[in-house]
Design a binder for this molecule. Structure first.
Ligand code: NDP
Length: 253
C-alpha cells in the first residue's frame, strides 16, 4: 500500500474524532508518513492536537489542519480554492463527516434534528464533492470515498431520518460512479456497522449513559477497523473499484 499511497494529498472531513481521526492515522501509518493530509472539522483544536501527534510520529508528513463546517455551504468552494499550493491538488476525498441525532419516531423527531442530519450527511457530502470534483476532472484521476452506514441498507424503527440520509449517500455514490464511468475517477462507499466512537454521544446530545447503553453487551468495531477498509479501497490498482464495502463486527446481525 505504501507505494500506491506515496505523496497523495488526502482531504478528510470530520477528522476531529472517531473514524475520520483513525483514517488520518491509518493513512500516515500505511504511507510511512509519505502523505499530505488536509484535516477538517468544526473542532479546530482537536485537529491541531491530531496533527501535532502525527508530526511527532512521522516527521516528514505534511498536514494542513483547518476548520470546515460541511453545512456552511457558501464556505466550501472558497475553502477548496484557497488551499495552500502544496495541498491544492487533492487526490483523495474522504467524505466522513456525519451524525445521527436523537432516536425518535417520525412523529416525534425534532425539526432541527431532521435538518441537521440531512444538512450534514447528505448536503454537506454533496457540496464538498462538488467543490473537489473539478480538481479530479482536470487531471482525470482521484478517489472519492463516501462513508455510508448499514443504516442505509437495513432500516430500523426510530431511525427513519438517519436511515434516509444514509441511503441517499448510497444512491448518490452509485450514480456518481456511473456518471464518471469513462474517467479514471473512482467512487467508493464504505458502510460501517457498529463502531465505538463519539457517534452515540452526539446522537444522545452528550448523555453518556444513554450513549453507553447502545453498545452494552455488544462488541463494536474500533474506528481503525473502518480506516483499514478505506485504505484497502484507495490502495487498489487503478483498474479496481471497491465500490461498496459493508464492515460489521463479528457478532452484529
Ligand atoms: P464521531 O461523532 O466520532 O465523528 C463524527 C465527525 O464528524 C466528527 O469529527 C465531527 O467533527 C464531524 N462533523 C459533524 N458535523 C460536522 C459538520 N457540520 N462539519 C464538519 N464536520 C462535522 O462519529 P463517527 O466517527 O462514528 O462517524 C463518522 C461517520 O461514520 C459518520 O458519517 C457516521 O454517520 C458514520 N457511521 C458511524 C457508525 C458508528 O457506529 N460509529 C456506523 C455507521 C456509520 P466536529 O464535531 O469537530 O465538526
Amino acid at each position: 500500500a505504501a507505494e500506491r499511497l506515496a505523496n497523495k494529498i488526502v482531504l478528510i472531513t470530520g477528522a476531529s474524532s472517531g473514524i475520520g481521526e483513525a483514517t488520518a492515522r491509518e493513512f500516515a501509518q500505511a504511507s510511512n508518513g509519505q502523505i499530505k493530509l488536509i484535516l477538517t472539522a468544526r473542532r479546530h483544536e482537536r485537529l491541531v492536537s491530531l496533527s501535532d501527534s502525527l508530526i511527532k510520529e512521522y516527521p516528514q508528513i505534511q498536514i494542513h489542519a483547518a476548520k470546515l463546517d460541511v453545512t456552511a455551504k457558501e464556505t466550501i468552494k472558497p475553502f477548496i480554492s484557497s488551499l495552500p499550493a502544496e495541498f491544492a491538488n487533492i487526490d483523495v476525498l474522504i467524505n466522513n463527516a456525519g451524525k445521527a441525532l436523537g432516536k425518535a419516531n417520525v412523529g416525534e423527531i425534532e425539526d432541527e434534528d431532521i435538518d441537521g442530519m440531512f444538512q450534514t450527511n447528505v448536503l454537506g457530502l454533496v457540496h464538498v464533492t462538488q467543490a473537489v470534483l473539478p480538481i479530479f476532472k482536470a487531471k482525470n484521476s482521484g478517489d472519492i470515498v463516501n462513508i455510508g452506514s448499514v443504516a442505509g441498507r437495513d432500516p430500523y424503527p426510530g431511525g427513519a431520518i438517519y436511515c434516509a440520509t444514509k441511503s441517499a449517500v448510497k444512491f448518490f455514490s452509485h450514480s456518481l460512479r456511473k456518471e464518471l464511468i469513462n474517467t479514471k475517477i473512482r467512487v467508493l462507499e464504505v458502510d460501517p456497522g457498529a463502531v465505538l466512537t463519539e457517534f452515540s454521544l452526539v446522537r444522545f446530545k452528550g448523555d453518556a449513559e444513554k450513549a453507553d447503553e447502545v453498545y452494552s453487551g455488544t462488541s463494536p468495531l474500533g474506528p481503525e477497523d473502518i480506516a483499514e477498509a478505506i485504505i484497502f479501497g484507495v490502495s487498489r490498482r487503478q483498474n479496481t473499484v471497491i465500490a461498496e464495502t459493508l464492515v460489521f463486527p463479528q457478532h452484529q446481525a
